[in-house]
Design a protein around this ligand. Structure first.
Ligand SMILES: [Zn+2]
Length: 148
């Protein structure tokens, strides 16, 4: 068991603490940093799991990236992709849906693509979710080349 961030060897206690709360292997130093990020931004734990899985797949994602208007759960700046992890699909009101649409409009106007992923998908189908995101990144790379 090693920390996904710094590859430091984990003690059993560190492993247990991180797995029980975040579901990812992190040393106490990196767990503290992620805990703080979650407290500040209300980041869903599934966003943390997806972030480390993407990192593991060779992508350079950023957690809680500030786009000038709001904090994005995960941003992949090289292909201008924003990923928002949604936790309240069942209870979505028309105001929230309209907010989502307006956020999508702002990000498209800035050349960014935003995808929204339900947290349950990450929780139950993490590897499939990661391969789809990798496919989206590959597609965006092709389109960026066409423009340039
Ligand atoms: Zn670490």
């Amino acid at each position: 068991m090693t920390c996904l961030d710094c590859k430091k060897e984990l003690s059993y206690l560190d492993h247990r603490n991180a797995m029980d709360t975040l579901g990812v292997e992190l040393c106490s130093h990196h767990k503290t940093r992620i805990d703080k990020l979650i407290r500040l931004n209300n980041t869903p734990v599934e966003a943390i799991q997806l972030y480390y899985s993407l990192k593991d797949a060779g992508v350079s994602p950023m957690l809680e990236w500030w786009d000038g208007c709001k904090s994005i759960d995960i941003a992949i700046s090289r292909v201008k992709l924003n990923i928002e992890v949604d936790t309240d699909y069942q209870m979505m009101t028309h105001e929230q849906a309209m907010n989502n649409l307006e956020e999508a409009m702002h990000s498209f106007q800035n050349g960014f693509t935003t995808i929204r992923i339900p947290h349950t998908l990450i929780r139950h189908y993490l590897s499939e979710t990661v391969s789809s995101v990798l496919g989206i990144i590959a597609g965006l790379k092709v389109n960026i080349k066409k423009v340039v």
